[in-house]
Write a protein that binds this ligand. Structure first.
Ligand code: R5P
Length: 301
């Protein structure tokens, strides 16, 4: 059987080629561009007939990426691909998992349905599973989530002395607790109330006793950075030193990255699920593990 062929839809993303090398996939050529009227032009430059196709497309800013991705998946099939898988290091539309107000779209379920109809499997890193237990609840295809916590633990152990792990809200506990445990560091979880897209309040338990430690904030997503900024400000108020802020997924909407640094973060670090200047933790080996798992014969949907 021939090697799989991997096509990167995000041209500026080094994790795609790195993953290809780790799993022994051929590098496929694909041209994706916009016509002057904004429509998508897409052409495979590498034969896909009879081959296992892997599409690599991280899904931050998803609305502009999703149509080219769906065209790529459907076209690979039309051209005779044996199988079409998707590696999306950041999986979008995981946060609106409920109808909070009448008439709202539950976009996580809708998005999952759309993707599940077009690809045969999915690999991603730490999807935002809050009110759902697993991707299988909304994805109708084999879907593997790999976890960045061990890599984050290693980074902290190497770079930060006497860390105190801090999770900005209950949802972050799943990441923060396992990172802290791996390096035998203490951790605290804060209470967060979100009042709007850009309005967040956090409250701190008594953490003054940790004044001799370096605070390390860990969250799965930094988008507007309001959650981290409010936390950084509170730490300053109670006299802790400037924190290191770590995001699995650095979405950084608008000026979020600069604003977080300006608010007093000593350093802002992310994994490379989304290409950004803060990337310091490489997830390519994790993605390779995920692809090996999902393509193992016999994995149930
Ligand atoms: C929330 O549920 C997530 O875990 C993050 O805390 C949140 O997405 C961060 O968003 P923002 O950077 O916009 O405050």
């Amino acid at each position: 059987m021939s090697a799989p062929v991997l096509f990167s839809l995000s041209k500026d993303d080094p994790a795609g080629p790195a993953l290809g090398k780790l799993i022994g996939a051929d590098r496929g050529e694909i041209e994706v561009r916009r016509f002057p009227d904004g429509e998508t032009y897409l052409r495979y430059g590498t034969e896909v007939k009879g081959r296992s196709v892997i599409l690599f497309c991280t899904l931050d800013r998803p609305d502009e990426k999703i149509l080219p991705l769906l065209f790529a998946a459907a076209t690979a099939r039309e051209l005779g691909a044996m199988q079409v898988g998707l590696v999306a290091p950041y999986l979008a539309y995981m946060r609106q998992d409920r109808r909070f107000h009448d008439g709202e779209a539950v976009t996580s379920a809708r998005f999952a349905k759309i993707l599940s109809e077009q690809v045969d499997w999915l690999v991603t890193v730490d999807p935002h599973l809050h009110r759902r237990g697993s991707l299988g609840e909304i994805y109708g295809i084999p879907a593997v989530a790999v976890h960045a916590a061990p890599l984050i633990s290693k980074w902290i152990a190497r770079m930060v002395s006497k860390p105190l792990l801090i999770g900005p809200d209950q949802e972050s506990e799943q990441w923060v607790a396992s990172v802290a445990q791996a390096i035998s560091a203490p951790h605290v979880i804060l209470e967060k109330v979100r009042r709007g897209d850009r309005e967040v309040e956090v409250s701190l338990p008594a953490i003054e006793r940790w004044r001799d430690r370096t605070p390390v904030l860990v969250d799965d997503i930094v988008s507007t950075a309001r959650t981290m900024i409010e936390t950084v400000r509170h730490l300053k108020r109670v006299g802790l030193s400037q924190p290191v802020c770590i995001a699995v997924h650095g979405v950084f909407a608008g000026e979020a990255y600069r604003e977080l640094l300006a608010a007093g973060a000593a350093r802002v670090v992310s994994t490379n699920t989304i290409p950004h200047e803060s990337n310091e933790i490489d997830v390519a080996p994790l993605l390779a593990e995920g692809v090996r798992t999902v393509t193992k014969p016999g994995l149930p949907a």
